[in-house]
Design a protein around this ligand. Sequence first.
Ligand code: NAI
Length: 326
Amino acid sequence: MTVALFSSQKYEQAPFDTCLQDQPSISITHFEQALTEQSTILCKGFDAVCIFVNDLANEAVIKQLAEQGIKCILLRCAGFNNVDLTAAKAHNIKVCRVPAYSPEAVAEHCVALMLTLNRKTHKAYNRIREDNFDLNGLLGFNLFKKTIGIIGCGKIGLALVNILNGFGANVLVCDPYAEQGDYTLCDLDTLLSQSDVISLHCPLNDQTHHIINEHAFSKMKPGVMIINTSRGALVDSKACISALKSKKLGYLGLDVYEQESELFFKDRRDEIMQDDIFSRLVSFPNVLVTGHQGFFTKEALSEIAQTTINNAIEFANNQPLSNEVK
Ligand code: NAI
């Protein structure tokens, strides 16, 4: 089975090479390019494509993939909002994903954002390097006994609940499908109005698009902290800018951004930033943005490679697909 792997990064090659050592029947060609309508031409002669969060598999791309003979899309991520599943089905292309590679990796990154924004360790680091030992401006707050609202309590949300319970926080969960657990289940309005920190861990879909918008901000406590490590479009960036200016939003931690496919995963120091909303966001002293690195641990990379190759083997051998997305 031949696989064209798009948006390939240097750090991905070693984990895939290691997993492929005992799998001579699978061969993977790495392409740095993202999958787009223009790059589908590269798929000629391959059986499958392997794509990541910012590759595009809309109806037009899928039609072209089918014409090139692609029979399977191997997502090396959990989310599949970038794939038109109806089109894939219509063209008889199977779609498989990596449902969980390390929920703890994302949950731990989420806590890193919370603590950095709160205790301002990134600012302290720079001050101390310049022999500035002044504490003014570095004041934080205890997470102990704070109310932390988690929207979406699946694998990552639950890993976060476990960490936050260790801090002695009061954890609220809003998830229409969640069962009872070590948290207080509540509706979205209650979560928005009671939380000191709100963290997003639901998938992006029609119900959750811009779930954090102007209306949601109107219900929140002044000075609330919002963390989004899930998908950029859960948050209305323009509404965040207004809420930051009015100080309603006290802290914003983002690992994802609505227009991130234009920006993330590349060194763009030589370019002129064209995204004014992004520029404005990162100009606030109480905003911290990381470039979709929540998943980025050694353990997760190795799990992504292993599950992707298992998905490919199952497809190649006509076995039931454990991680098919329908
Ligand atoms: P999951 O499928 O295990 O959990 C999602 C949860 O959201 C489910 O419990 C579901 O019931 C809940 N949910 C669905 N609709 C909801 C709604 N309207 N309101 C509240 N809750 C709702 O997914 P998992 O693995 O926990 O991942 C969560 C998200 O994290 C993914 O969709 C993906 O977008 C993102 N992610 C980000 C990564 C990063 O590197 N920053 C890495 C991996 C995933």
